[in-house]
Design a binder for this molecule. Structure first.
Ligand code: ZN
Length: 470
């Protein structure tokens, strides 16, 4: 009975909408059916083993291409020679009328290895259990890649008028060398020439205990890796007769000075906005502190509270973690050399030459040699006053009326600077409502999974954004 009732109301709606309007707005979408289809497609994608190393992204690219071909969206597999055996990037484009510039949806095909012994299900099985789809890549980032795909297919099937082409890109090797994104951007800039906006990983949403989104954190900036190796050379000899030429104590003294050095605190404009946005979630006096973060850092009580959050601490300064040490591997041998590695992360606007000069000044010993292990990528900072940002705000209000959208700085590194280099506005956006504890456990850890309810939420959220930005 209820079915026939629905049919009548649908028919009436159809009668009232002119063909032109219906084309602009698109035909209605059966979201539950699309969610079931998404679950099926993601399960299949999780079963394509793209563990990196070795990656084997070609199999993933072929899997995606078969779906795109079936849906009538032209897709090409690229860079197979340049990336090496079994590796590939994929590129596809859903054509619009070209009156506005394109928007790209980008994900990486590779996943990090899974230690199957520590999982409660087969990490490559694409198993559905307890309302979740389980598997390596469910969150990072095959789940997002399939949400991108299904949102794009929903747009195509609905017949919606597109002012912007939708470009779909899947890259190899994000988890290790980022060669997929780099090779793609270097070899095919013409495919990206008309792309104005790009969405990929690097967003971070805050979910409350009831599972509601407090805010959608759009990733507009990220810290820059500036890894250093410190080396001291000496004269090897027997440990039973100490000498002044042992490099180990000299290195330890240098490291001790670095460990005691506190990098200055500084809030970039994007970070100031982030704290002002989230202030509403806190009672006084914390709210006032967050509203004026620069001022609060001069108040000892406020400063202690703010810096006790490891994420907040990391977005307010350049950070240095001493992580690796090497001297002698024999207790009785003074080694010829001692070395250490530092994981340094710079704020987006920090000049790396200046940072190096500061470190050398602190160490104050020319016997300590610095060498750069991994230099910083192009700084990643993006404007917020864009049609895409407004499209995200509108979609988030529909999805979660009490939520807001803010700008997050990622403390880790992604492929985004590679695309940003071309002038593309590049946002990190997570379409799912994954509680922090869940993503902490699953991402690169054990029992990675995404709830089926979340899959439905994600495709609808992305569909709304793609529609709003037209
Ligand atoms: Zn990832």
């Amino acid at each position: 009975m209820r079915h026939s009732c629905c049919v009548v109301s649908l028919a009436l709606t159809g009668f009232l909408v002119t063909p032109l309007e219906s084309r602009a707005q698109g035909r209605p979408i059966d979201w539950p059916a699309l969610t079931r289809e998404t679950q099926q497609v993601l399960g299949d994608y999780l079963r394509v083993n793209t563990t990196n190393p070795p990656g084997n992204e070609l199999a993933g690219a072929k899997f995606l291409k078969a779906i795109l071909d079936r849906e009538g969206i032209e897709a090409v597999i690229l860079d197979t020679t340049e990336l090496g055996a079994g590796r590939a990037n994929l590129y596809a484009r859903l054509k619009g009328n070209g009156s506005k510039k394109a928007i790209a949806l980008v994900h990486h095909i590779d996943v990090v290895p899974a230690a199957a012994a520590h999982w409660s299900v087969d990490p490559a099985g694409g198993v559905v259990k307890d309302g979740y789809l389980w598997g390596r890549g469910a969150i990072d980032m095959k789940g997002q890649g399939i949400a991108h795909l299904m949102a794009m297919l929903a747009i195509k099937r609905s017949g919606l008028t597109l002012n912007r082409d939708i470009v779909y890109i899947a890259n190899a090797d994000e988890e290790l060398g980022s060669t997929g994104g780099i090779v793609f951007v270097n070899r095919h800039p013409e495919l990206l020439r008309d792309v104005e906006y790009l969405i990929t990983e690097g967003g971070d949403n805050q979910i409350d205990s009831a599972g509601r989104v407090q805010y959608f954190g759009v990733g507009v900036a990220e810290k820059r890796t500036f890894w250093q190796r410190l080396t001291v050379r000496g004269i090897p000899s027997h440990g039973s007769r100490p000498t002044r030429h042992n490099p180990v104590p000299r290195l330890v003294a240098a490291l001790n000075r670095i460990a005691n050095y506190e990098t200055p605190l500084r809030a970039t404009p994007g970070v100031r906005k982030f704290f002002r946005d989230i202030a509403r979630l806190y009672p006084e006096p914390q709210r006032a502190w967050l509203m004026d973060i620069a001022g609060a850092l001069n108040d000892p009580r406020a400063k202690e509270w703010i810096l006790s959050d490891v994420y907040w601490n990391a977005i307010l300064r350049n950070t240095i973690s001493l992580t690796g040490l090497a001297g002698s591997d024999k207790t009785n041998v003074i080694p010829p050399e001692a070395s250490a590695v530092l994981d340094i992360r710079l704020l987006p606007d920090q000049d790396e030459g200046e940072m190096l000069a500061i470190l050398k000044g602190i160490v104050g010993d020319t016997a300590v040699h610095f060498s750069t292990l991994l230099g910083p990528k192009t700084p990643l900072e993006n404007p917020v006053d864009t049609d895409l940002f407004r499209a995200i705000e509108k979609a988030s209000t529909r999805a979660e009326p009490r939520s807001f959208v803010t700008t997050r700085m990622l403390t880790a590194a992604t492929d985004r600077p590679t695309y940003r280099k071309l002038g593309i506005v590049t946002y990190g956006l997570d379409p799912f409502r994954v509680p922090a504890a869940e993503s902490q456990r699953g991402m690169h850890g054990n029992d990675e999974r995404i709830s089926l309810e979340n899959l439905g939420f994600g495709i609808r959220f992305l569909y709304d954004i793609l529609r709003n930005v037209q």
